[in-house]
Ligand binder design. Structure first.
Ligand code: PHE
Ligand code: ZN
Length: 874
């Protein structure tokens, strides 16, 4: 048990810093066993703050060797927790000089300066810079950095932010490089790399004709995996110029790939550092999903140069200011680059499956949280994905043109500053004249709002009335909620004609150009006039607000929407609603379950034989909602029973439509060599769906998967084949898997892929998973390997995780306890499955609660794990 309770940080306690740091000069000397960091901070008292305030610098795991101000040694400092407190100097401007020693080789937290493989690299967001030197480590202190790196010559590549200004030899064995970044930045955007790397180069000519030097630095054996990220980078640069008018600012833009990384990637100014799994790609080893993900992450980090770096966050409560906005930007980039409706389906699926769960659980928090114990626990789906939905709603409410004017104003007004989500919304309001006071509740109130709608057609008056009611469930610390300002994009589909119906309305909340109703009240009625026939309303088109919608649709209504809705997203959504209804009725053992299954089969057949549908849309229409998604829809969840229903219905669909699946499988055979482009990607997705139903319907169809595995010329088909084949236990699969490992063990991305396939095979049990953690391909200090094996088992393999009376829970708790001392961030993330313990049947609740108790009793529990576990137990 922790001896002292960790401190809770409150937004309401925010105070501007007492001192600014105008210039920061670092000298980082890398030696074998340790690294010395000398810092010179040109500080200036903040005239808005009381004079005589002490200087407060943060530092963690630093050995202080020297400290002086303007050359005079300081002895009367105090250390309180992470703070180093120095009495106020007499002058208002002065230089703080320090020297510390750090030990990157033993830093397994992967925060601060650490070693990955043979290279040194840094990760400073959110509060990692304090593991490098004493500093006011807060995002509202912006400083111009000059960084000198000294290292043995075996580290050929020495990089930091900004532009290279000097380099040279120090002696026979050591050399140096110096970098200068002219743009003031907070310490979380600092980066440094020292390694034996190769760079692949390209150039980009900006809209004003400046030539930018682009470089991707990788270990030599990864040189062949850089082309895709480079071309994604150039696309992103063009897109940001075209869509947002944002030009790149430095003369050089660098990306470095590292194997050990806690997250996906990091937007350090001019020197992005990427998890190698999120940047390295080639057609032989990367799946279609992998390419799309890499392209989106490269874009995301690049877009941060404006939304995050040029304009940054005042404090960490404002994290969504940069993350929500940047996720919205990368989602739009992907939508413009590939298929808009499909991208929306995938994003909404993630939101509904995982963010809604977070919003309904013990860690629920607003997009702008108001308190935290460990900020690393707030890099969440709520801050990122729901935050992006909030920006998307602003985009819907303003329309594209005014939204662009508002972002121009935002970048212009706040360039070089650290600001808040309020500042962002103010720009939206200033440009549009809209009153967004109520809208801001999206930033403050946690929980997923419920939107209940009913409709009534009056034939005599030709009106269709929509009665809206909104409500938001309580979340921790927020028992009561006020109504949200919700954009509800809608239309009416004629019941008889199947056509989109015209209407007018005098409700001031309806914007006809945007086809969007702004719901502001808890209850409201929208009367649509001139409606010539009864209709099925198509509501919340394109998922115009992140809410749970309910409307008393009959199954016929839903099928009508699947067939006729002019909004592609809502056609898919109607199919999801229908399938969910069928699956849940079977879970409940409801009387109408059998009848509903027939309806589902008919609906699936309709889609299957529809040749007019885009393949990517078709694949998504045919896929059933996942077990994770369904587990969100009811309580108490019995995962084994849920799996049985899911499996039964997939088998039934596989059997009753066997002929159609076969035809589809045949029609979607490859016609050309592998390329990552929409038509092919869509075809492969559909091919996979057909194969999965064929195997679900008849296990002997595994030989199709085996054939696909052997014949495919790409990793998309090969890995899908291995996964589907893995659902059917047989020796041939084991052999194929062994062959795969032999072939690919030296390729990090492939080894991770292999581990992940093993860990997600439904029949795997704890003894084999434990053995997998002893496999040479596994490593407790490599987050990607941990995510593949532990994450795969506990988060993406419900049948296995919940099998054997809690054996899986014990395994997960053991893993969390082990990781707690190695890498607290990763340990805390793995607690997620336990946070949902209250949703399950009583026996599962007991078993999970026991494990949570066992974790919270651990000595030296990190703040990260403590926060998640203790909040879960409340
Ligand atoms: N800021 C990074 C991003 O979303 C994520 C990140 C956070 C990376 C913390 C590392 C550490 O682009
Ligand atoms: Zn980001």
């Amino acid at each position: 048990m922790r001896t002292e309770m960790p401190q809770v940080i409150q937004l309401s306690d925010y105070q501007a810093p007492s001192y600014w740091v105008d210039e920061t000069s670092l000298c980082v000397q890398i030696f074998d066993e340790y690294t010395d960091v000398q810092a010179r901070l040109k500080m200036r008292a903040n005239s808005d703050r009381p004079t005589g305030s002490p200087i407060v610098l943060q530092g963690v795991d630093l050995t202080l060797q020297a400290l002086s101000i303007d050359g005079v040694a300081v002895a009367n400092y105090e250390v309180q927790g992470e703070d180093l407190i120095i009495p106020a100097p007499a002058a208002t401007t002065f230089e703080v000089q320090s020297r510390v020693r750090i030990y990157p080789r033993t830093n397994t937290s992967l925060e601060g300066l650490y070693v990955s493989g043979g290279m040194y690299c840094t990760q400073c967001e959110a509060e990692g810079f304090r593991k490098i030197t004493y500093y006011p480590d807060r995002p509202d202190v912006l400083s111009v950095f000059t960084t000198r790196i000294e290292a043995p010559k075996s580290f050929k590549t020495l990089l930091s932010n900004g532009n290279p200004v000097a380099s040279g030899e120090l002696d026979a064995d050591r050399h140096m490089a110096e970098w200068h970044d002219p743009f003031p930045k907070p310490s979380y955007l600092f980066a440094l790399v020292a390694g034996d790397l190769v760079d692949v180069r390209d150039t980009f000519v900006t809209c004003t004709g400046r030539t930018i030097d682009l470089r991707i630095y990788v270990e030599p054996h990864n040189r062949h995996k850089t082309a895709f990220a480079l071309s994604s980078l150039k696309k992103s640069m063009t897109w940001d110029e075209t869509v947002y008018g944002r030009e790149y600012d430095l003369d050089i833009f660098m990306i470095v790939a590292v194997d050990h990384f806690n997250m996906g990637a990091m937007e350090n100014k001019g020197l992005n550092i990427f998890n190698s799994a999120c940047v390295l790609a080639d057609p032989e080893t990367t799946t279609d999903d992998g390419f799309e993900r890499i392209e989106a992450i490269v874009a995301h980090e690049y877009f941060h140069n404006w939304s995050g770096n040029r304009v940054t966050c005042r404090d960490w409560f404002q994290l969504s200011l940069k993350e929500g906005f940047t996720v919205f930007r990368d989602a739009e980039f992907t939508a413009d680059t590939h298929a808009r409706a499909v991208k929306r389906m995938d994003d909404v699926t993630l939101l509904r499956t995982s963010q809604f769960a977070e919003d309904a659980g013990p860690m629920a928090h607003p997009v702008r949280p108001s308190s935290y114990i460990e900020i690393n626990n707030f890099y969440t789906l709520t801050v990122y994905e729901k935050g992006a939905e909030v920006v998307r709603m602003l985009h819907s409410l303003l329309g594209a043109d005014r939204f662009r004017q508002a972002t121009d104003l935002y970048f212009d007004r706040f360039d070089g500053q650290a600001v808040t989500t309020d500042d962002f919304v103010t720009c939206m309001a200033d440009v549009s004249g809209l009153d967004l006071t109520q809208f801001k509740r999206w930033y403050d109130q946690a929980g997923t709002p419920r939107l209940k709608v009913e409709g009534h057609y009056n034939a005599a008056q030709q009106t269709f009335s929509l009665m809206f009611e909104q409500f938001c469930p309580a979340t921790p610390g927020q028992p009561e909620k006020l109504p949200f300002h919700m954009p509800v994009k809608l239309g009416l589909m004629g019941k008889h004609s199947g056509a989109e119906l015209m209407f007018s309305t005098d409700h001031p909340g309806y914007d006809a150009t945007l086809q969007t109703f702004s719901l502001r009240k808890a209850n409201d009625t929208l009367v649509l006039r001139g409606v010539t026939e009864d209709a099925v309303p198509s509501l919340l088109r394109d998922f115009s607000a992140p809410v749970v919608l309910s409307y008393p649709y009959t199954v016929e209504d839903l099928r009508h929407l699947v067939r006729h809705d002019s909004n592609a997203f809502n056609r898919w959504d109607a199919m999801q609603t229908l399938a969910t209804r069928v699956l849940l009725s079977a879970v409940r053992g409801a009387a109408e379950a059998d009848g509903l299954k027939t309806v589902l089969t008919d609906a699936v057949r309709d889609v299957l034989v529809d040749d007019t549908l885009d393949h990517a849309v078709k694949a998504r229409l045919l896929r059933l909602p996942s077990q994770a998604y369904l587990a969100e829809q009811y309580t108490p969840v019995d995962p084994v029973a849920l799996d049985k229903v899911h499996t039964d219905i997939r088998r039934d669909l596989g059997q009753s439509l066997a002929a159609e699946w076969q035809v589809l499988y045949g029609q979607t055979q490859p016609e050309a060599a592998y390329v990552f482009e929409h038509q092919q990607v869509a075809r492969r997705a559909l091919h996979r769906v057909a194969l999965s139903y064929l195997i679900a319907g008849d296990h002997t169809a595994w030989h199709l998967a085996a054939e696909l595995y052997q014949q495919a010329d790409n990793m998309t088909d090969q890995s899908a084949a291995l996964q589907l084949w893995g659902e059917v236990a047989n020796e041939a699969w084991d052999e194929a898997m062994n062959g795969f490992y032999q072939r690919w063990q030296d390729d990090a991305q492939m080894a991770e892929q292999w581990l992940s396939i093993r860990a997600t095979v439904p029949r795997i049990r704890v003894p084999e998973i434990r053995r997998l953690t002893e496999h040479p391909g596994f490593s407790w200090t490599n987050p990607n390997r941990v995510r593949s094996v532990i994450g795969g088992f506990a988060m993406r393999n419900p049948v296995a995780f919940h099998a054997d009376q809690g054996a899986g829970y014990r395994f997960l708790a053991d893993a969390i306890i082990q990781l707690n001392s190695l890498n607290p961030q990763i340990a805390a993330r793995l607690c997620t499955p336990f946070t949902y313990w209250r949703r399950y049947t009583p026996e599962i609740q007991d078993a999970m609660q026991t494990e949570l108790q066992r974790i919270v009793a651990v000595e030296a529990l990190s703040k990260d794990v403590y926060e998640v576990v203790s909040k879960s137990l409340v």
